[in-house]
Design a protein around this ligand. Structure first.
Ligand SMILES: [Mg+2]
Length: 197
């Protein structure tokens, strides 16, 4: 007799600013997603963090808003190339994700249920992959990540070097208060799984 398969808990993890660095775009004077593979740089501790999640028995699902697809500033081929490069850098550190879920919509599009802070990407991944949302985590560097994680019923971690007072002053939590605020992915792993940072 085989034991029934229980739903797996997941690590839902943001991409830009969490796994990879943002890229300074001097045409527009702002930080943006990498559009070319050679622009992809891992954030410190990204591979170690995913390895720790794997050892903790979590399925690893990257969830990312990519409105450049709708704006026409990013092609599906460029996105694919960036993901291939990011996966390669993580693999060199002994880490890999199980799936990537992308919201391709423009922020203004009506009827999109998946642009974070909406929970659609997480809910779809849970449905398609048999994930247990209540035992899952959402980790990211933005309050949109926290909002999406909370709305999906996950525990949430905000990775930021901002102090709580600064966050409260500059950003509205708006129902997006995280379970943990940590300054780095190493600290996140320490807090979530008792890893030594
Ligand atoms: Mg981010």
């Amino acid at each position: 007799m085989t034991a029934p398969t229980l739903p797996t808990p997941a690590l839902f993890v943001d991409r830009d600013g969490t796994l990879n660095e943002m890229v300074y775009d001097d045409t527009h004077g702002l930080f943006d997603s990498p559009r070319r593979p050679e622009q992809v740089r891992l954030r410190p501790g990204a591979a170690e963090f995913l390895r720790a999640a794997r050892e903790a028995g979590l399925e690893i699902v990257v969830v990312t808003n990519q409105p450049g697809l709708a704006r026409g500033s990013l092609t599906p081929e460029q996105l694919e190339a960036v993901h291939k490069r990011l996966a390669g850098l993580l693999a060199a550190g002994g880490a890999r994700w199980d799936a990537v879920y992308v919201c391709p919509h423009h922020p203004s599009v009506a009827g999109c249920d998946c642009r974070k802070p909406r929970p659609g990407l997480l809910l779809r991944a849970a449905r398609e992959r048999g994930l247990d949302l209540t035992r899952s985590w959402m980790v990211g560097d933005g309050l949109v990540d926290v909002g999406a994680g909370r709305a999906a019923g996950c525990r949430t971690v905000l990775v930021t070097r901002l102090k709580l007072e600064q966050i409260e002053r500059f950003l509205s939590f708006d129902g997006a208060e995280p379970d943990l605020i940590v300054p780095s992915l190493a600290e996140a792993a320490a807090a979530m799984w008792g890893r030594t940072p």
